[in-house]
Design a protein around this ligand. Structure first.
Ligand code: SAH
Ligand code: SF4
Length: 355
């Protein structure tokens, strides 16, 4: 299998391709023009194009299914070269911009990226976990998700997107490839997506949170906390046995965080499991002293699960309680609820339809 051009930083490509100024041109073709073939690279000599074609692939991904939600969310099922599939999601957010007393709304986009085929962590509420673990994604497969979605949405290279590593897989379980992809996204001659626009979501491998911190990449972290006591958290996320809540909180406190920013804590709200005000009270205590923001997520049910979606009333009461006690909090409106929004759900559906 030929390596993909998306596997390399500009420095690496400069070492590989001579004369070296060509590397910058190629970077322009793949990240500014989203070129998917060598024929398009019109300012490269023909023999170089031929040589590149023999040595490198460009895009290792193919779009095989797409679901468009009424709220603008687009969920993609993408096929890798070994025919395995992953998901990536194009999320549309609205920003209000106030300028000269006029309020306008501008669309802002976030791409939710996968880091593995399947996942080893095995969370009880997560559909991705049901399929087990297949393999880590290569650097190029992580990078290609952003290029593919931007191109498919005709989104110019210099229009900004945010990246959240919240698709399939546990990002910190594929940390080396993740770190390199983050660097490639940051390249100023490439997509130029700064670290501040990239958020790594983790189920809480505390030793790897420390490792990510030591790499000092400048990215944000989001912790999938979901429970305030170890018993329930271990039921939901079995590896909580090895990385308990206290160890995660300690690791977060050591993590280098931009002083203007907050650590995001994801809290998946499940009916009659963790949606009571007693849990809200414990959450406040737990996050005391951390510049935190809590994101409450409605559990999104799927066929075969025993967990249920919480009522809107209990969700609002939970949020109110946190806010009254000084904790910043948002309720994640289930984006794309009509298109099987939570991770793993489109893949599952497509497999069923094909049967
Ligand atoms: N593995 C990482 C990132 C991918 S999971 C992590 O766990 O943080 C991304 C998010 O999807 C997690 O916060 C997870 O809690 C959420 N999720 C998984 N299954 C869900 C479901 N059925 N309903 C709503 N959110 C879900
Ligand atoms: Fe893996 Fe995250 Fe799903 Fe847990 S929630 S199984 S860590 S993808």
């Amino acid at each position: 299998m030929k390596p993909s051009l998306y596997s390399y930083t500009l420095d690496e490509l400069t070492q590989l391709i001579k004369p070296s100024f060509r590397a910058k041109q190629i970077y322009g073709w793949i990240y500014h023009n989203f070129a998917m073939s060598y024929d398009e690279m019109s300012n490269l000599p023909k023999d170089l194009r031929l040589q590149l074609e023999q040595t490198y692939d460009i895009n290792p991904l193919k779009i095989i299914n797409k679901e468009i939600s009424s709220d603008g969310t687009i969920k993609y099922l993408l096929e890798l070269r070994d025919k395995k599939t992953i998901e990536a999601v194009w999320l549309k957010m609205k920003d209000e911009i106030v300028e000269d007393g006029k309020v306008t709304q501008e669309a802002r986009y976030t791409i939710c990226v996968s880091t593995q085929v399947g996942c080893k962590v095995g969370c009880a509420f997560c559909l991705t976990a049901k399929g087990g673990f297949t393999r880590d994604l290569y650097v190029s497969e992580i990078v290609a998700q952003v290029v593919t979605l931007k191109k498919d949405n005709d989104h110019k290279h210099n229009r900004m997107v945010n990246i959240v590593y919240m698709g399939m897989g546990e990002p910190l379980d594929n940390l080396d490839n993740l770190a390199k992809a983050i660097e490639i996204f940051k390249e100023s001659d490439g997509l130029a997506i700064g670290a501040k626009r990239q958020t790594v979501s983790t189920s809480g491998l505390s030793n790897k949170i420390d490792r990510l911190g030591r790499m000092d990449l400048g990215v944000h972290i989001a912790i999938s906390l979901h429970a305030v006591d170890d018993e329930l958290r271990t039921e939901l996320i079995p590896m909580n046995k090895a990385h308990n809540i206290a160890s995660i909180i300690e690791a977060v406190k050591r993590f280098p965080i931009d002083t203007r920013k907050r650590v995001m804590f994801e809290y998946l709200v499940i009916k009659d499991k963790n949606d009571d005000l007693g849990s809200a009270k414990k959450l406040i205590k737990l996050l005391h002293g951390i510049k935190a923001k809590v994101n409450l997520i409605y559990f999104n049910p799927y066929e075969g699960t025993t967990y249920e979606r919480p009522s809107q009333d209990s969700m609002v009461a939970f949020a109110d309680y946190l806010i009254k006690h000084g904790l910043l909090c948002t309720i994640r409106d289930s984006k794309g609820i009509d298109i099987s929004a939570a991770c793993g759900q489109l893949k599952e559906k497509t497999i069923k339809e094909a049967q």
